[in-house]
Design a protein around this ligand. Structure first.
Ligand code: PGA
Length: 264
């Protein structure tokens, strides 16, 4: 079965509710209905509910940027996956900003991935090495540890539903934004899929979607989408600009509809 291309907009802590609504309006005007591409918007927690009634569901789905792994209880300030389950299809888990600024550990991320699946929400698990780790030759070790521990409480069938985003920390715009060469992204994506294959088998490895993220914009996206095994992009900075983000979706669409384009 072909894996559907997935383009995710991570708005991070930008845009209040009315600004988010305006951006949705602008994106909706500039985006066609694409049956072969899934476009997901991840606004702030506050904007999710109003956006769920505003979006054209033929064009967009919603994701949360984070959630807490317990379903309910005395956890002041947190929002659970259970509370989100009727609003979002996806939740971003383990983004490097959460690992670095909020000290999210491998165990916490494993619990969040499990809580997402338990609540029928697809986790978009972010993994990636820092600049220092890459320079020390630790990239594969880091990816191995992040992938294996995050998936460790899932069944094989559940793993097939997870989305993994390879986001080298050094390539994220706010952490330096050094551009990853498509060859570097390809190596990591191939390695991630090989890890999944060795743990859960080739069928699961062929089902799981792996995205690339890190300074993706409307000009660069194509180079990453053409990578063998890359099923889409996680976009930060460029996703809060309607021209850029609509350009990214359009570029993905054009690539898919070129003569000779093979389904992955
Ligand atoms: P960026 O962010 O596209 O601004 O580099 C990507 C991300 O942090 O998910």
């Amino acid at each position: 079965m072909a894996r559907k291309l997935l383009i995710v907009a991570n708005w991070k802590m930008h845009l209040n509710v009315s600004q988010a609504s305006l951006l949705v309006h602008r994106l909706q005007e500039r985006t066609r209905i694409h049956r072969d591409i899934e476009v997901v918007l991840a606004p702030s927690m506050l904007a999710l509910q109003p956006m769920s009634t505003q979006i054209d569901r033929r064009k967009f789905r919603l994701a949360a940027q984070n959630a807490y792994h317990k379903d309910e209880g005395a956890f002041t300030g947190e929002v659970s996956f259970t509370m989100l389950r009727d609003i979002v299809h996806y939740v971003i888990v383990g983004h490097s900003e959460r690992r670095i600024y909020f000290n999210e550990s491998l165990d916490m991320i494993r619990d969040k991935v499990q809580a997402a699946i338990r609540n029928d929400i697809t986790p978009i698990l972010c993994v990636g090495e820092t600049k220092h780790e890459r320079e020390e030759g630790l990239t594969k070790q880091v990816l191995h540890d992040q992938v294996t521990s995050a998936l460790s409480n899932l069944t094989t069938a559940e793993v097939a539903n997870v989305v993994i985003a390879y986001e080298p920390v050094w390539a994220i715009s706010t952490f330096g934004g050094e551009l990853a060469k498509p060859r570097e992204a390809e190596e990591a994506i191939t390695f991630i899929r090989a890890q999944v294959e060795s743990l859960y088998g080739s069928h699961t490895a062929s089902m799981i979607r792996v995205l690339y993220g890190g300074s993706v914009d409307e000009h660069l996206v194509r180079g990453y989408l053409e990578i063998d095994g890359c099923d889409g992009a996680l976009v930060g900075g460029a996703s809060i600009n309607p021209y850029k983000f609509a350009g990214i979706i359009e570029s993905a669409y054009r690539m898919q509809h070129e003569p000779g384009h093979e389904e992955k």
